[in-house]
Unconditional design. Structure first.
Length: 200
């Protein structure tokens, strides 16, 4: 059986001083209990907040571990693809530069008449090689650009600067044809002159 907090005397026999003392002690005990209750409630709130933060930590940690792990896999794959593409572009750049140097080095004016056929065939072969490499490389480059055309194989400098690309193309081909046939014309005229002086 629980012991009462205060041994209250019989109201009929207790003197007034004793009753006042009992009331004061009861009030002190109530105040002490109230403070203990407030302290317990504070501790409870702190524990609940701590528990909430721990749950938030575990959920956030698990979520970010999953996201970062999946992202790392994607980034590694994209990095590998990007490195492959950079290497491909570097190789293509070196190949294009080599073909450009070869084509710019072709000068029919420096060909001798005796080697004209050989030089002409060699130059045409260089143009064909450059065209084949250009077409093959552009197909690879544009195929890995997510639908965006990096280099348009149909576009040329003439189309950019002139309003009539068909006419410009004709003029270019005319110039090229003249450049390649000029040595033949010179050779033919030389042969006619030699024939004329020999039989003159």
């Amino acid at each position: 059986m629980k012991k009462p907090l205060l041994d209250l005397p019989d109201e009929r026999s207790a003197p007034p001083e004793l009753l006042d003392s009992q009331v004061q002690r009861a009030q002190e005990q109530l105040l002490q209990l109230k403070r203990q209750q407030e302290l317990i409630e504070k501790q409870k709130r702190e524990l609940e907040e701590l528990s909430r933060k721990q749950d938030e930590l575990e959920k956030g940690r698990a979520d970010m571990i999953e996201k970062l792990s999946r992202s790392l896999v994607v980034i590694e794959r994209e990095t590998y693809e990007a490195e492959k593409r950079v290497e491909q572009l570097r190789t293509t750049n070196a190949t294009f530069a080599q073909h450009l140097d070869t084509l710019e080095g072709i000068n029919p004016k420096n060909w001798s008449n005796s080697d004209l056929h050989k030089e002409l065939s060699k130059a045409l072969s260089a143009v064909d090689d450059a065209r084949a490499e250009y077409t093959k490389s552009l197909t690879k480059i544009n195929a890995k650009s997510d639908g965006e055309v990096i280099i348009d194989p149909r576009s040329t400098g003439e189309e950019t600067y002139y309003s009539a690309p068909d006419d410009a193309s004709f003029v270019q081909w005319l110039k090229r044809g003249f450049a390649f046939t000029l040595p033949l014309l010179i050779l033919g005229l030389s042969a006619l002159l030699v024939f004329y002086f020999m039989h003159g």
